[in-house]
Design a protein around this ligand. Structure first.
Ligand SMILES: Nc1ncnc2c1ncn2[C@@H]1O[C@H](COP(=O)(O)OP(=O)(O)OP(=O)(O)O)[C@@H](O)[C@H]1O
Ligand SMILES: [Mg+2]
Length: 273
């Protein structure tokens, strides 16, 4: 909150002012400032500042309905905020209420993966991966196939290139979903509860894939989960979302062992039991 002198009335009123995002972002890949979003007059994102760094896994936890998916969708460009600013890789992609001229190019850097498997059941893995790049981005069939092979290689699924999704396990399908997101060579991956339907060992395999991507390719990952054990294992940064605001942003050790935020304590106790 900054106090601004409004001339000519000479009154001093308190208005929220969000620092503009600097152009030179260094290791910061995503910066969101002052994001607000309401649905039917219910404020879901109240005033959210959120950063993602290259090569970091940022885990987002919080009650059901607290706005975690809405935040990821806003960064992915699937939902426009009502106010605020988002920059990706040093370019402002959203400002106030509108997408900027850099939006389309910068949003190609963003891959999003959801909890439910969004693969087409009647198509094999290769076609699932190449369909959108060929149809919507005009990538040639041979280039798309090369990208698919290399993306499947990255997630350890190349041998399944001709399988149908129905022939794969849940963990394998999620690895294919990650490979599909990698087709456009994203700089950030937004993962919304992608391990929720998986057994812990299978979830750990998916986490290994994400770790490799962040370490080898410097991809920034945001991961929403309700699994606290998984969160503490996965996170470089842990963000606790509460009542439409980021209540805690810390390392997992600080958040889980040394945090005196009563809402986080209550949430963790309720989820753990
Ligand atoms: N398109 C929409 N139209 C109307 N309301 C919406 C829409 N998207 C989200 N909401 C509402 O906004 C609130 C926050 O939703 P969101 O999906 O972001 O929560 P969440 O934290 O991801 O919850 P969960 O952990 O259950 O996935 C919810 O009450 C939801 O009903
Ligand atoms: Mg959600």
């Amino acid at each position: 909150m900054t106090h601004i002198n409004l001339e000519p009335q000479g009154e001093t009123v308190a208005v929220p002012v969000h620092s503009r995002i600097p152009v030179d972002t260094g290791q910061v890949l995503v910066q969101a400032r002052g994001l607000q979003k309401s649905f039917y007059h219910r404020s879901i994102l109240k005033n959210v500042d959120f950063d993602m760094h290259r090569g970091d896994i940022t885990v987002i936890i919080g009650k059901s309905g607290s706005g975690k998916s809405t935040l990821l969708r806003a960064i992915a460009g699937l939902t426009d905020p009502d106010a605020g600013e988002i920059s990706i890789d040093g370019k402002t992609v959203f400002e106030g209420t509108t997408r900027t001229k850099d939006w389309a190019e910068a949003s190609a850097n963003v891959g999003m993966i959801f909890q439910t498997y969004t693969l087409w059941p009647h198509m094999n893995v290769l076609d699932n991966l190449t369909l959108a790049p060929r149809k919507t981005r005009g990538i040639a069939a041979s280039e798309a196939k090369d990208r698919a092979e290399s993306a499947l290689d990255e997630v350890g699924m190349k041998q399944h290139i001709l399988s149908r999704p129905t022939q794969l396990s849940g963990g394998e399908r999620q690895r294919v979903a990650i490979a599909r997101a990698l087709m456009m060579k994203p700089k950030l991956l937004l993962c919304d509860e992608i391990t929720s339907a998986l057994d812990p060992p299978v979830a750990a395999e998916v986490l290994d894939v994400l770790r490799r991507l962040k370490e080898e390719d410097g991809i920034a990952v945001a991961l929403v989960t309700h699994d606290m054990a998984f969160a503490s294992k996965a996170a470089d940064r842990l963000v606790f979302f509460h009542n439409g605001e980021i209540a805690v942003n810390a390392t997992p050790e600080e958040a889980f062992d040394n945090c005196d935020n009563p809402d986080l304590k209550k949430f963790v106790d309720a989820v753990r039991f």
